[in-house]
Ligand binder design. Sequence first.
Ligand SMILES: [Zn+2]
Ligand SMILES: [Zn+2]
Length: 653
Amino acid sequence: MKVTFCGGIDQVTGSCTHLHYTPKDVQFLVDCGMVQGTPHAEFENQKPFLFDPKSLKFVLLTHAHLDHCGLIPRLYKEGFVGKVYCTRATALIAKEVLMDSARITKGELYRYNDVGRVKFHYLDQRAGFKWGQQFRLDEDLSVYALRSAHILGACSLGVVWREEHPDNEKYLKSMLFSGDIGPTTDHFNSSYLLKESQGPFKTTNYVVLESTKGGTKATDHPSRDQRLANLKTLVEQELIVGQRNLLIPAFSIHRMQEVLYDLIAVAEQGFPNHPPEYRRLWVSLDTLIAKLESGVLPKELVELLEESEMCELDQHAVLSTIILKPGKKPVIPDLLLQILDDKSIHKYALREIKELLLSCKKTRVLVSQDQLSFVAEELMKIKRLVTIPIRCESYLGNQVSKIYQKELFAQRTEDKNMYYPEDEPERRAEVFRAAIDGKSSVERFTFSSGDKPTPYRTFSRSPSIIISSSGMCDGGVVLHHLENVLKDKQFTVALTGYQSGGTNGNKLLSLMNDSEYVETLNFGETIIHTKDIKAKIVMLDGYSGHASPEIIIDNHLARLSPEATNAVFLNHGINISREGFKKTIGFSDNESVRNLNVVLPEQGKTYWLHDPQVTVVEPSTVEADIDQGGVMEVLKQINQNLVEIKNLLKAKE
Ligand SMILES: [Zn+2]
Ligand SMILES: [Zn+2]
């Protein structure tokens, strides 16, 4: 078996590994991701592949993040016709992610129809599927999947092949691709939505292991309880006590769903030290009183209602209002109060109104004209529960949430192979579902979702929370908010998870740590200087999707058999992380881990796995054809210059 590391080396994006099973001449890939977040990204994603897509038989996909699946449609565009093997959840999310990518890149890499050509084959929908069980891909070649708690659908993939031994005895060899590993273990469930979804490694001869967090210390993962406590304090301090607004930039895949789910849990716990506040209820009486048949409100009635302070346009109110204008047709919102029996109106209203408010039912008030004054007076006495709206804003994020909702909660009684948080309160799943499909509420909070950004005027009116993509503040709906929100001292921006260098999110993080920090943030049309930022910046810890070295060592590497494992290749990490990880493994207390042969593979290099050795195939025949005389280096330099010129021009504007 020959392995070429085509991407994900000295970087955390662009994962792509080419395998060539020489005895049967079968070529295939594990992941084919996009390079993201570097000045060369555009160039890297368009440069020729180090292999011929036409000669690939299939692709194995670990999960639906763009840095793992982003270039798959380009393979089809360039002649690949095979299948993409992955879990159903991965396929469902990847379809959304790739469509979004085709839209954002405006067809430069591939078009919608190339995305439509991707032939996903659901591994976990095969009859008799079990995690860890092999099934045949080709002659003498099979694959097995282990769950990963990184995002919904993620898995590690083991490739198993039959190798001819020098003494001619045929036997099986295997290589396990970790994909991205979530921070969940048997005792530690930070990635709560995917609780119990992490499968430990199986005995294998070779491992390709992600090393995103390779250089970090072990203790930077708060438990889920700590994470919830932090979030609760934030909501309490910023919204309930401080009456401020909160913007949470979050990635569309997994992060948005986790934050939403956590907020539902926080809302359910309640705030006993801060009982809900009640305010005067603004009620608009329905138009029956105003001769509904004519569709026109008489001037006297409008005056009367206005006098009694019963008209107030308030989009945030749970009980919406009718907009009344003399001589005009009334605008009727979704929520109206209904009291059918006008004789018992007083009693009914007092008893039922709170429930009606909390349940957000579509209701309507019906009273006769001669009772107007009485009804008005009585309703004025009722106070409204002050609610805090929480809203998820991102088209992709909401599409992904629907997949989460379906895959996580709809099948809880079915196949145990599927993903779902076990022993979760049914009610929370219900709220999650309703929050995504429409509207739901828990105590003083209402949950909803939408694709369009809430206007700043509405957002800033009263305490509310918006979760919006993207997580590093460099694109998506969140840009619309940040332009205004950052200059407003009434706002708090809570970052979730890692912010890579050069992004707006990273600059905000620097400002959080050093108030003297000087930089400019770029929001397309608008540029904001850090000195003009008045909003408070905070960091919500515990939302990383990647396991720490300690978790990987204890839960995965320690379970490998040192006799069987010939090499562990570290990819998906910058070089400092890979080197740091190699050192940590080398100093492990566990002798069998310490003795593992750790290899830092080089970009574009081919490694020949012939038990028990690994030899570098020099020079890589595939690469040599394309990269003669360092042409790629020269092109890279030209691209770098172009990027710099672009930046200079931008700065001059
Ligand atoms: Zn990932
Ligand atoms: Zn990744």
